[in-house]
Structures are given as C-alpha cells and as structure tokens.
Design a protein around this ligand. Structure first.
Ligand code: C5P
Length: 232
C-alpha cells in the first residue's frame, strides 16, 4: 500500500515546525521541513559567493546544490556539500535574506521538484526513512503547490500577537516589548515578503484550518492528530 502524506502550511510563529515534527514522531512518519531547504539554498549561495539579486545565477547555483535532507523526526538534519548545516541555517544572517531566495521562481520550481521526490519516496519506498509509512511535510506552499493531493492538508494559523510572543521567547527568552520589537522583522516583514509568492495566509479549498493562538504545543499536536484521524 501507499503511505500517508500530511501537508501543513502556516506563517512564522504558528508553531508549524514543532507541531509537524511531533506529529510525525507520534505517527512513525518522516518529517520534511521545506523552510530548511530554502534556508539551505540561501546558505549555499552565500558560500558560493553568488549575488542574491542575480536571479539567474542563484537559480543555477541551487540546481547544483548537493543537498541532503535527513527526515528523522527525532533529529532532523540538513547536510550540504558534506557539511552539517542544521544549526547554521537558523542564524540571523540567513533568516534576514532567505525571502530573497524564496521569491526566486526558478528556485521554487527546483525545490518543489526535490520536495515531491522526497514525499514520493517516503510514501512508497520501503528503504526510505519512514519505511514507506509516509511523511509530514511542512512549509508555505505544501497544501497548494507541492502536494495539493496530500491525504490531509492543514493550515496552522495563530494571531499576530501570539506569533510574535512565541518567536520572541524562542530568540530572546522573553516576550517583553524590547524582545517583541526585535522579532517584528523576522516574523512580519518575512511573512509579507513570502506571501507575495505563496498564499499561506488563507486556507485553500479542502484545507482544514487549525488556530493555535490559545493552544499550547501539546494541545496543537492533539488538534492536528484529530484532523488526521478524522481524514483517515
Ligand atoms: O519556516 P522557515 O522560517 O524556516 O522558512 C524559511 C523561509 O523559507 C521562509 O521565510 C520562506 O521564505 C521560505 N519558504 C517558502 N516556501 C516553503 C517553506 C519556506 O518560501 N514551502
């Protein structure tokens, strides 16, 4: 048989990475963080000293990126050119410019192609990480572009204050005014830039919205699991 494909989209600070990873772990599925692939592409272009405004050069560089995604939900890793860049791609210097690479349409086509390959492998190949059981793939355009035919499609949303407070606590250990102000660019400017190429702020037809504004991680995981159970 064929494994299950769960697609989860949402803005920054919606909790989609943490929640998707835990849901994958609970269900014995692979976990694919597609944002990490855009971050890796950004890291790789910088390493190759490619000017990020040169769209053709960026696209060509990404087409030759030696990227390997480790989809184990217990310890997802990103390896590029034999370097483990799992931590490096979370640094502020990558986060600040990743939207520039992610709004490059040729880059999007190439990464969507790689993402579909990984999703197909995890949901059919007994030799894949999940043994063919399936995958939870998370990002901005998974429910709409990468896997519109997924078995379960979820848009995870949260109001702006909740998203800012979560990111501020993650980055600065506090959600006071200073920490919130320091987080605004990362969350709001990035979502505004990203939403020029992906429609992740409203649910497409057939996509179930889960609002995590007033939910903790555990409750959000439970809500997502129940959407999956109902669909199965
Ligand atoms: O989710 P995360 O913050 O790691 O995503 C990093 C960036 O990757 C986003 O700001 C967005 O520009 C891009 N992205 C995307 N499409 C996806 C996932 C992420 O454009 N499916």
């Amino acid at each position: 048989g064929r494994g299950i494909v769960v697609a989860i989209d949402g803005p920054s600070g919606s909790g989609k990475s943490t929640v998707s990873r835990q849901v994958a772990g609970r269900l014995g599925l692979a976990y694919l963080d597609t944002g990490a692939m855009y971050r890796a592409a950004t890291w790789w272009c910088r390493r190759r000293e490619v000017e990020l405004d040169d769209a053709a050069a960026v696209a060509e560089t990404v087409r030759h990126m030696p990227l390997s995604m480790v989809t184990d939900p217990a310890g997802p890793r990103v390896v590029c050119d034999d370097v483990d860049i799992t931590a490096a791609i979370r640094e502020a210097d990558v986060t600040a410019v990743v939207s520039k690479v992610a709004t490059n349409l040729e880059v999007r086509a190439e990464l969507a192609r790689l993402q579909r390959e990984i999703i197909a492998s995890e949901s059919t190949d007994p030799a894949s990480r999940s043994g063919g059981a399936g995958v939870v793939a998370e990002g901005r355009d998974i429910t709409t572009v990468v896997a519109p035919d997924a078995d379960v499609r979820i848009l995870l949303v949260a109001d702006e204050n909740a998203r800012l407070a979560r990111r501020a606590r993650e980055r600065h250990g506090s959600a006071d005014d200073t920490a919130i102000a320091a987080t605004r660019d990362e969350v709001l400017r990035r979502d505004a830039d990203d939403s020029t190429v992906s429609a992740f702020l409203t649910a497409a037809d057939g996509v179930v919205t889960v609002d995590s504004s007033t939910l903790g991680i555990e409750e959000t995981v439970a809500a997502v699991l129940s959407v999956i159970t109902e669909a199965a």
